[in-house]
Design a protein around this ligand. Structure first.
Ligand code: PLP
Length: 243
């Protein structure tokens, strides 16, 4: 084993232990939580090692970084998630390799994703990114500090995705806010996301994915009921540059 492979294996084992412990405490089955490893800023060679170590789901947040990496790893059977703020001019590229876009937060993006999914002949899974730091009652898209639709805008955006050709509404995603009433309270933020998810599932019962929790707060996310956690640093190490 190379040093890097050992390092990744050790880190994965530690993250796995955290997820299992959190599942036990919450009375949840381990299979109910899926680990997505966020490989942004790290090379395709790391993605390859992770795949050998059993990772099946990876995430990226910048198309410039993700597109060549996904191409270099196209022989691996991986599910690719896109989790970054997405400009409409990158949608054509992202639609070629992403299986699930977790950062859908405005109607214009839905239109663009639909068009490019159809062009690529692919079905794209979509999660609505919810901005829990947005003003209550705000129904516009893309309002949060890091993107995201305000809770009051979720229902309309969900209907738009569900009606769009080439798109599949899979659920919700959030990043624990750094500002506003949920600042420093990731557990409370994730519980709020679960409530919004329950509301969503009344009209869209299949949209049951809840993506929440990163390296610092995956334990709180599993406790709240997240189905997917997105973990970067705890598996790959502190990122060499901002991302
Ligand atoms: C980078 C990133 C993660 C992973 O964050 P870590 O703190 O490195 O685990 C998760 N979600 C999104 C949207 C990200 O951009």
């Amino acid at each position: 084993m190379t040093d890097r492979r050992t390092e990744l294996a050790d880190n994965l084992a530690r993250v796995e232990e955290r997820i299992s412990t959190a599942c036990d405490k919450a009375g949840r089955a381990r299979e109910d939580v899926t680990l997505i490893v966020v490989t942004k800023t790290y090379p395709a060679s790391d993605v390859r090692l992770l795949a050998e170590l059993g990772v099946r789901e990876v995430a990226e947040n910048r198309d410039q970084d993700a597109a060549p990496k996904a191409a270099a790893c196209s022989d691996l059977s991986l599910t690719w998630h896109f989790v970054g703020q997405l400009q409409t001019n990158k949608v054509r590229s992202v639609a070629n390799y992403a299986d699930i876009v977790q950062s859908v937060d405005r109607a214009r993006l839905v239109t663009a994703l639909s068009k490019e999914a159809v062009r690529a002949g692919r079905e794209l899974g979509c999660l609505l990114q919810v901005a829990l730091d947005a003003e209550s009652g705000d129904t516009r898209g893309a309002t949060g500090e890091r993107g995201g639709v305000a809770p009051a805008g979720v229902a309309a955006l969900a209907d738009a995705v569900a009606a769009a050709e080439g798109l599949r509404l899979d659920g919700l995603m959030t990043v624990a806010p750094l500002t506003g009433r949920y600042a420093g309270r990731p557990g409370a933020a994730f519980e709020r996301l679960m409530e919004i998810s329950s509301g969503l599932r009344v009209n869209h019962p299949a949209a049951n994915m809840v993506s929440a929790g990163m390296s610092a707060d995956l334990d709180e996310a599993v406790a709240a009921g997240a189905t997917h956690v997105r973990v970067g640093t705890a598996v790959l190490g502190v990122r060499p540059r901002l991302g």
